[in-house]
Design a protein around this ligand. Structure first.
Ligand SMILES: [Fe+2]
Length: 289
């Protein structure tokens, strides 16, 4: 099965193509100015303070970032506004196909998990290994889980037509990979460290370096999407997507740990990141985006 095309979720879909040229009879409407970083940062701080007050008052911890997190401007028009539709497989027998196993070991090769070997040459950038375990709330491994990733190249550019910002594409890097978790719930990818990229949410908006993760359960209808970040990124305080996770402890769980034991001499740097599917230590997931 072919690898999926890089899907522009999170900030990347905001890297829109150039607008269509205006006709002489109907000039293009003026584009409103982008908000300033200071305005976005002030809104994030206020929402984090509100979350802190809620936690102090004993409010139950939210399991997902808010769909309408206002500083994440570009999410406002494309998040679901209505309740999700429940599929009744008894009323629609064909819907039962949605409940079948999605992938097996014969569908995926070892090469799918090595993003540095998908072309004739090797991509530019800092070669890294990213590994971790998928766990349930009690720490049990989730086996045979399809884990997919997509990411920008080392220059911060997606191999996607909607990403037109002036950073170079890498002919040796597509930026998508996948693997199945083993019996210990472990996944592993070899790739290059992605660069930060601009995304027009506001003036001078830059996403911290990140890798998008998708997890399929035992059916196509069971999909979780989240993002992994790299430790010590100076862009963390400015990013309304990471900031939409209002609990600082939950934000910290989205950041991988550098693991020197995982680094390989003369070859790659190692990062470790576990994903916990639910419970008090759950990794926050982008619900319904
Ligand atoms: Fe992204």
């Amino acid at each position: 099965m072919a690898l999926p095309p890089p899907t522009p979720l999170g900030g990347s879909s905001d890297l829109t193509a150039d607008p269509a040229p205006a006709t002489p009879s109907r000039p293009a409407p003026a584009t409103p100015p982008l908000p300033a970083q200071a305005d976005i940062s002030r809104e994030i701080a206020a929402l984090h303070a509100a979350g802190e007050r809620d936690r102090a008052a004993g409010a139950p911890a939210p399991e997902h970032p808010a769909r309408d997190f206002a500083p994440y401007r570009s999410g406002a028009l494309r998040h679901p506004h209505r309740p999700l539709v429940e599929i009744d497989h008894r009323a629609d027998p064909e819907a039962v196909e949605l409940r079948g196993p999605a992938f097996g070991v014969t569908d995926i090769t070892d090469l799918d998990a090595d993003l540095t070997r998908q072309h004739a040459g090797e991509p530019l950038g800092e070669r890294i290994t990213v590994t971790g375990r998928i766990l349930d709330r009690t720490g049990r491994p989730v086996r045979g889980q399809l884990v997919e990733i997509w990411q920008a190249n080392a220059s911060g550019r997606y191999a996607h037509q909607r990403d037109q910002h002036p950073a170079p594409l890498d002919p040796h890097f597509t930026g998508v990979g996948r693997c199945l978790t083993d019996d210990e719930g472990r996944y592993a990818f070899t790739t290059v460290k992605p660069g930060a990229y601009p995304w027009r949410n506001h003036h001078n908006a830059w996403r911290p370096a990140h890798i998008h993760f998708s997890l399929f359960g035992s059916a196509f209808t069971q999909r979780l999407i989240t993002q992994m970040y790299f430790p010590g990124d100076p862009l963390f305080p400015y990013d309304p997507i990471l900031g939409s996770v209002t609990d600082p402890a939950a934000r910290a769980r989205l950041v991988a740990a550098y693991d020197h034991e995982l680094s390989r001499p003369e070859w790659s740097l190692g990062y470790r990141w576990d994903i916990v599917l639910d419970g008090p230590s759950a990794t926050w997931i982008e619900e319904g985006r």
